[in-house]
Design a protein around this ligand. Structure first.
Ligand SMILES: [Zn+2]
Length: 169
């Protein structure tokens, strides 16, 4: 393994990892999801997917992207999780105060540019102005995907202020 010397960018987390390995207890875990669960949620750093569902490492497959959207890559991953990794139920968890549900696509492009970024108008950020309707559509997209017929799916909203999870569909 090649060692990258003296790169301060990740020094804090590499030091933490060295400490982590001293008390490491997950070495015997199986790669399959012990609770048969896949969870798709947003990248928002206020969300602790395992903790908010009472799960431990090894219990569930966690998928994350901006806005917890059901993309082609999510579908691809769910097919693998469903047939090879023990998953038979999936939760799509949107959350309150999500940047991807506040305003339109143009506003996000403008915000990126205002932050010194490039013109991103060739990208689709999958922003929604009706979060609940979008959640229903995304859940339905999984339910109607022919490869995922045996997967049970639910749509949920997580409140980042109270920690409460509510099933919407
Ligand atoms: Zn979000």
């Amino acid at each position: 393994m090649r060692h990258v010397p003296d790169d301060p960018t990740f020094a804090d987390v590499l030091a933490a990892n060295a400490a982590y390995t001293r008390d490491f207890r997950l070495g015997g875990l199986q790669a399959t999801a012990a609770r048969g669960l896949a969870v798709l949620t947003c990248i928002d750093s206020r969300i602790e997917p395992l903790a908010l569902l009472g799960l431990c490492p090894g219990d569930a497959k966690i998928l994350r992207n901006a806005g917890a959207r059901v993309t082609d890559d999510v579908l691809r991953t769910l097919v693998l999780a469903s047939y090879l990794l023990g998953v038979d139920r999936a939760m799509v968890i949107a959350h309150t105060n999500c940047r991807m549900a506040a305003g339109g696509e143009d506003e996000v492009h403008d915000a990126v540019e205002a932050a010194g970024g490039p013109d991103t108008r060739s990208l689709a950020f999958l922003v929604t102005d009706d979060q609940e309707a979008t959640l229903h559509e995304d859940v339905q997209r999984i339910r109607s995907w022919p490869y995922l017929e045996r997967l049970r799916v639910g749509g949920f909203l997580y409140d980042v202020e109270s920690g409460r999870l509510t099933q919407l569909c």
